[in-house]
Design a protein around this ligand. Structure first.
Ligand code: ZN
Ligand code: ZN
Length: 417
């Protein structure tokens, strides 16, 4: 165990719990995280960071702590919330509402735990700043906005993150998950899926509902597209690979006796390898276009790919080094290997942009007893998980585990005595 890490994390626990409850009570939607960004930047200034920059790639915050010779190590946390109405019943539950980027009023909740991520990174940054006689190198702290839209990492890179600030040799990050609190879960290689989103507009020809012969019916076209797309994974992706194609949105028409002009689909895909990703994207474009032509549409459909996160790769060698440091610090009984996760994360964009490894792990936020009981009763899927209105990580030991994990991982890559 790294004694000074454990002790300092313990000393900071009350203060960080206060920060966590404050962030939880004041969630902000992606691209609107201004209050949170201000709080985080102030925390880095208070901790003695020599550079603190705000508004990097929107509402991103960057802190640099130069501490002599040694590697540059980047630690990253996201801090946006979700349009979810909180139902946890916690005393610090959110009642916030906000207007989203499409102009709709929404309830807002930290339902993915990004408030926990940000608090732990404040904790680790403060811990490492206060113990800088124990290590040397440069710590690059990155608070990334708009993760839930898979936009924030790209926006920070495009805003010159790696030109304006020291270029790291490694990117480190973590996500709170429905594992027992106090435990760390890790995967090696591809740990999370690539996610791509596509909007489709099918063009038909509207007519009176009694005169189908005068129409080119976009509703039938859309129905056929939805059915036909089920063949992409079933018949085109090799059985040893995996992929998900979901049509989550299907909209057309206003009234039963009017055949509309157009129909719209919102499609989301998840893949793990670049080859399958390219195959699935091409197959969807082919099916959508061909169905429209088969229906006699005069105009090809409009296809707009609007959001993309690459598959998240936790680089195997670097993961091994980091997990060895966790095992040494926390003990082997608190470290567990994990299968691939179907959800996605845009943290991989940072390392990919400059060709350096990313190491990403998960850590638990649920009451261990609850998890064990659910496992024994074979109903682990019924536990509230990320994005649920009931997702409520335990404040402790989740916070101090997350703080220590980030600090231990950073120290594994900085120069240490
Ligand atoms: Zn999320
Ligand atoms: Zn998340």
């Amino acid at each position: 165990m790294i004694e000074f890490v454990a002790r300092t994390a313990q000393d900071m626990a009350d203060d960080l719990a206060g920060l966590y409850r404050d962030l939880h009570r004041h969630p902000e939607l992606s691209l609107q995280e201004t209050r949170t960004a201000g709080v985080l930047a102030q925390r880095l200034r208070d901790a003695g960071f020599d550079t603190v920059a705000e508004q990097v790639g929107g509402t991103g915050v960057v802190g640099v702590l130069r501490n002599g010779d040694g590697p540059v190590v980047m630690v990253r946390a996201d801090f946006d919330a979700l349009p979810v109405e909180e139902k946890t019943g916690l005393p610090y539950a959110s009642t916030a509402r906000a207007v989203d980027h499409e102009g709709r009023e929404m309830p807002v909740m930290h339902a993915c735990g990004h408030d926990m991520h940000a608090t732990c990174l404040v904790g680790a940054a403060t811990l490492l700043a206060g113990t800088r006689d124990r290590w040397s190198g440069t710590l690059l702290v990155v608070f990334q906005p708009a993760e839930e839209l898979a936009l924030g990492a790209r926006a920070m890179v495009d805003d010159g993150l790696f030109e304006r600030f020291p270029r790291p040799r490694i990117v480190l990050g973590q996500h709170v998950a429905p594992l027992p609190a106090g435990f760390i879960g890790y995967g090696t290689g591809t740990v999370m899926a690539a996610a791509d989103s596509l909007d489709v507009t099918l063009h038909g020809r509207g007519a009176h509902g009694s005169r189908p012969e005068a129409s080119i019916d976009p509703v039938l076209m859309a129905a056929n597209v939805v059915t036909r797309l089920q063949g992409v994974v079933a018949r085109e992706v090799p059985p040893a690979e995996s992929a998900v194609v979901t049509v989550g949105r299907l909209q057309a028409g206003t009234k039963d006796n009017i055949i509309p002009d157009t129909a719209e689909l919102g499609i989301n895909i998840r893949t793990y390898s670049p080859a399958v990703r390219a195959l699935v994207r091409a197959a969807i474009e082919r099916v959508v276009t061909a169905e429209a032509r088969a229906s006699g549409a005069r105009e090809d459909p409009e296809l707009t790919w609007f959001s993309a996160a690459p598959a998240l790769v936790s680089e195997p060698e670097a993961t091994k080094t980091t997990v060895a440091a966790f095992t040494e610090h926390f003990g082997a009984q608190r470290i567990m290997p994990m299968p691939q996760v179907n959800a996605s994360e845009d943290v991989g964009v940072f390392g990919e942009a400059i060709g350096v490894p990313t190491v990403f792990w998960f850590w638990g936020g649920l009451e261990p007893e609850t998890v064990l009981t659910a496992l024994a009763e074979d109903r682990i899927d019924t536990l509230p998980s990320n994005h649920s209105p009931y997702f409520a990580p335990l404040v402790e030991p989740t916070l101090s585990t997350g703080v220590q994990a980030l600090a231990v991982a950073a120290l594994a890559w900085l120069h240490c005595d």
